[in-house]
Design a protein around this ligand. Sequence first.
Ligand SMILES: Nc1ncnc2c1ncn2[C@@H]1O[C@H](COP(=O)(O)OP(=O)(O)OP(=O)(O)O)[C@@H](O)[C@H]1O
Length: 255
Amino acid sequence: MSGEPLLRLHGVSLTRGRRTLLDGVDLDLAGGEIVTLIGPNGAGKSTLVKVALGLLAPDRGTVWRRPGVRIGYVPQRLVVAETLPLSVERFVTLGTPAPRAAVRAALAETGAAHVLRNPLHSVSGGELQRVMLARALLRRPALLVLDEPVQAVDVAGQYALYELIGAIRDRRGCGILLVSHDLHLVMAATDRVVCLNHHVCCAGHPDDVSRDPAYRALFGLEGVRHLAVYHHHHDHRHDLHGEVLHEDAEHDHAR
Ligand SMILES: Nc1ncnc2c1ncn2[C@@H]1O[C@H](COP(=O)(O)OP(=O)(O)OP(=O)(O)O)[C@@H](O)[C@H]1O
């Protein structure tokens, strides 16, 4: 890990109408580090990612990115119309012109070289994620931002994708900001977890169990569902809308 900060958010707040989408969020990410944003639907994860990327301006707080940092971003959704006459190769180079050899290499790195000439709309959900990842890698990013990279991918494929993400970090030394709402899936692939529910509920290393070789061996197997427990301590509760209820309530989150 290079340890050099790539991204630093401090006290970021964002309101839309009467809703507080982000409330005083701090987030740091260093080179070579994988940080996972985790939280329920509607917790503000994608919003925070967009603020971190500079696509949305916060109402309060500061966002610092290392000057000149190259960012590869895989957004949460890409809907491909069947009528769109676009090959994978064309799609990957849209906005990032690159020689065919580089496109091939990027697709090979993400395990999607076999779909190079196929129509984009014909690739499977898992292949599409790998194609989008390859497209992001073509920019040779120092920071890779992946918003729910395993959507529409079956469970075995999800573990394979997280393994791939870890391998990309190891090979390239880039920092990676991941979004997920399924902690047990990302435990083995992340250095740090930030639990978000509009504000940062807690943050830290995933449970030690995720570093245990025996646990890793189980990863991807049925048994992991029952083993993966991430303990953290809240000093507050949330109502149904994610707002903080002010009372002393320490509890574990067990998934
Ligand atoms: N421009 C906007 N105006 C009003 N509300 C918005 C706006 N953008 C997002 N929201 C709301 O903010 C909340 C947070 O959305 P966001 O997409 O960041 O959540 P998320 O944690 O990524 O959720 P998911 O896990 O479902 O993808 C949602 O309730 C969403 O409807």
